[in-house]
Design a protein. Structure first.
Length: 361
C-alpha cells in the first residue's frame, strides 16, 4: 500500500478521531503507563541497509495470535538515506513503515520506531560520518528525520505508536545526551505534541537520564543482557576471536564465574539499583527495549536465564521486547544446534521459548 492509499484508508473521520486521541494529554499519559504491559519483539527488516527485507503482515498476525502486543523496529537511516545525506529520504522505504502503522491498529500491537542507526550516532560499526554529540549538522539532520516521521504519523494516537530516539548511547556525557534528547523531542513535538517518546538509558541502556524528568510522555529504556557471558556467548561482534572465559559445556544458570554468583537475585538487584530513581518517582516508566540470548548459549541455560529475567521484569513492572523475533536470539530460525524445532509456515519455531514467553503475557 502506498502512502496516499494508506492515508486514504484512514478516512477523514478516522483521521480526526486519531488526532483527537493523540492530543488528549490524559490519553497519552495512560498510554505511557501501558508500557508496563507491553510484551513483544524486535523486527530487524531494516536494521542493516545491506540486508533490507519488506515487512510481512503474516508475522504481525502470528504475534497477535500468540498474544503479544508490542513491536520495536530498530531501523538504520541508511536504508532510506545515504550516509551523511540527512535530507533526502527514499519514499519507497518509508512507505513500508506505513504498513507497520496500519497493522499496529489492525492487530492491536503497539509499534515503536527506533533509529538504531541515526544521523550522527550508531552503537555498531562503521562509525557515522559525523558525531551527533559534537556536530550541529548531524543533530539538525537527525531532528529533520524525526520531524518527517512525526509529521507523517501525526494523526496516529499514542496508543499505537511511539518513537525511540537513539539506540544504546554510550561514552557520552549526561549533559550532552540531555541536550540532544531535548533537541529531538522538540522537533517531534512540533508536529506530534502527544507522541510517546522512548529514551534509551546511558551506558548502553544501563542507567537512566535523570535530568529530563520534566518532559511529559516519556518512557526510558533499559536492557536485559547481563551477564554478557550468557546473553552473547561466542557473539563475534562482541568478543571477536577472543577465547571465552568458560567452555560452552560449563555454562549454567545460575552461573558462578569470576568469583561472583549470577542468579535471579543478581538480575533483580542490578535492574532495581540502576533504575531506582525512576522506579521510585513513578513518573517515567522503564521499558526493557532489548533482551535475549544468542544461539551459542546452551538452550536449557538460555531458557533458565530468560525465565529469571522475565520474573524480574514482572516484579519491577517493566514491559519488554525480545531481541529478536527471527534470528539467533529469537523464537524463529534461531540456528541453535540443541533445539528440536517445530515446522511453522516454512520457519523453524522454538516452541519451548515461545511457550515460556507466553507465560508472562
Amino acid at each position: 500500500m502506498d502512502r496516499r492509499k494508506f492515508v486514504q484508508t484512514l478516512g477523514a473521520g478516522a483521521l480526526c478521531c486519531w488526532a483527537q486521541a493523540m492530543y488528549t494529554p490524559a490519553m497519552a499519559y495512560r498510554a505511557t503507563k501501558g508500557a508496563q504491559k507491553w510484551r513483544g519483539f524486535n523486527l530487524l527488516n531494516y536494521f542493516n541497509a545491506d540486508y533490507m527485507q519488506p515487512f510481512r503482515e503474516e508475522e504481525w498476525q502470528w504475534m497477535h495470535e500468540w498474544g503479544f502486543n508490542f513491536v520495536r523496529l530498530p531501523l538504520s537511516y541508511w536504508c532510506w538515506s545515504r550516509p551523511g545525506d540527512y535530507y533526502h529520504m527514499d519514499e519507497r522505504v518509508l512507505a513500508d513503515l506505513d504498513h507497520c502503522v496500519e497493522w499496529a491498529r489492525k492487530y492491536r500491537i503497539h509499534v515503536c520506531i527506533n533509529l538504531h542507526r541515526a544521523p550522527g550516532y550508531c552503537v555498531n560499526p562503521p562509525a557515522e560520518p559525523e558525531n551527533i554529540f559534537e556536530s550541529a549538522r548531524a543533530l539538525d539532520g537527525c531532528a529533520h528525520q524525526w520531524a518527517v516521521l512525526a509529521q507523517r504519523y501525526a494523526s496516529v494516537p499514542a496508543r499505537w505508536l511511539s518513537f525511540n530516539l537513539l539506540n544504546e548511547v554510550a561514552n557520552v556525557k549526561d549533559s550532552d545526551y540531555e541536550r540532544v534528547v531535548r533537541h529531538l523531542v522538540k522537533a517531534i513535538r512540533q508536529y506530534s505534541p502527544g507522541r510517546l517518546i522512548m529514551i534509551d538509558g546511558l551506558d548502553w541502556g544501563c542507567r537512566p537520564l535523570t535530568s529530563v524528568g520534566d518532559l511529559d510522555n516519556i518512557i526510558q529504556c533499559g536492557r536485559g543482557y547481563q551477564p554478557m557471558l550468557i546473553s552473547h556467548y561466542e557473539a563475534s561482534w562482541v568478543f571477536g576471536d577472543k577465547p571465552m572465559a568458560l567452555p560452552r559445556h560449563r555454562l549454567s544458570w545460575p552461573l558462578e564465574a569470576d568469583g561472583l554468583v549470577y542468579d535471579r537475585t543478581y538480575l533483580r538487584n542490578l535492574l532495581q539499583e540502576a533504575w531506582k530513581p525512576l522506579l521510585e518517582q513513578g513518573r517515567q516508566p522503564v521499558f526493557i527495549g532489548e533482551f535475549g540470548s544468542h544461539n551459542r548459549t546452551p538452550h536449557p541455560v538460555a531458557l533458565a536465564w530468560l525465565k529469571d529475567n522475565l520474573d524480574v521484569f514482572h516484579e519491577l513492572g517493566m514491559g519488554w521486547s525480545l531481541w529478536n523475533l527471527k534470528g539467533s536470539f529469537g523464537i524463529l530460525d534461531s540456528g541453535r544446534d540443541d533445539v528440536d524445532y517445530e515446522d511453522f509456515h516454512g520457519h523453524r519455531l522454538d516452541r519451548a521459548m515461545l511457550d515460556l514467553l507466553r507465560k508472562y503475557l
